[in-house]
Design a protein around this ligand. Sequence first.
Ligand SMILES: Nc1nc2c(ncn2[C@@H]2O[C@H](COP(=O)(O)OP(=O)(O)OP(=O)(O)O)[C@@H](O)[C@H]2O)c(=O)[nH]1
Ligand SMILES: [Mg+2]
Length: 279
Amino acid sequence: MALIQWYPGHISKAERQLKEQIKKVDVVLEVRDARIPLASHHPQVKEWIGEKPRILILNREDMITDALRDEWRTWFRSRGEIPYFTNAKDGGGVKAIQKASQSAGIAVNERRYSRGMLPRPVRAVVIGFPNVGKSALINRLLKRKIVASARKAGVTRQLQWVRISEEIELLDAPGIIPLKLENQEDALKLAICEDIGDAAYNNQEVAQAFVDLLVNLGTESVLHSRYGLDPLDMTGEEFILRLAQSKYNNDLERVARQILQDFRKGYLGAVSLEYPPNN
Ligand SMILES: Nc1nc2c(ncn2[C@@H]2O[C@H](COP(=O)(O)OP(=O)(O)OP(=O)(O)O)[C@@H](O)[C@H]2O)c(=O)[nH]1
Ligand SMILES: [Mg+2]
């Protein structure tokens, strides 16, 4: 498979600005994709935020099963982290984020007060990979559509402050990804979830690898149910070829796009690409 790399100019610029802005915020909301909580983690986040409070958000909770959500919760807790699960599309779990941000702000204002300063709204920045739902989450917190949010990586191109209430100000930032995607298995998952731009990969290769991945994870029955073809005893390449022959007029590209779109739109059901490691 061809190397998957994606680092458009607007991200490089945003990363520089974000590092500056983070110094001015009180709390960081780190949003990850619940289907790939590990692959959608940016390795430099810790270094950027230092000692500031961080709220870990696993968004797209509707795209994984409730059982898996509980497993992730247990796994993260065993590592001393509390994940907040949200559905930024319909607002599920968003109240808890608002509360958690506000409590972080109370501490800030207590400090200001003790130094004789006036209170101010808590400043929070929303960071994460592209397309994980950062802007959708902000719109949900605001209860109206104020920042652009759409089904594509790289929608937010500039940093933008918005005031949520008297208590909270939020900074929407473009999705940030590492300059180099060192781990190509993670890069593949990002491509499947559309958390990187489609200029970075070949649809057919990614769709084949997606089929192989589901077979490896033991969840390939979702493909069997939707397309009437069991991928269990064949490679992803064969699966796409056979499907193209039987239903898509030999159009491999169309099959590849169809499979990826069906997954991304949730038509395959709640399908995760990652499970908590058992250590
Ligand atoms: N099913 C589902 N869809 C979601 C959820 N959150 C966001 N979306 C959808 O995912 C798409 C991407 O959301 P955005 O808010 O634009 O993502 P972003 O992280 O701001 O993306 P960039 O600005 O490109 O970095 C939109 O079509 C949202 O409606 C969720 O929890 N569940
Ligand atoms: Mg955005």
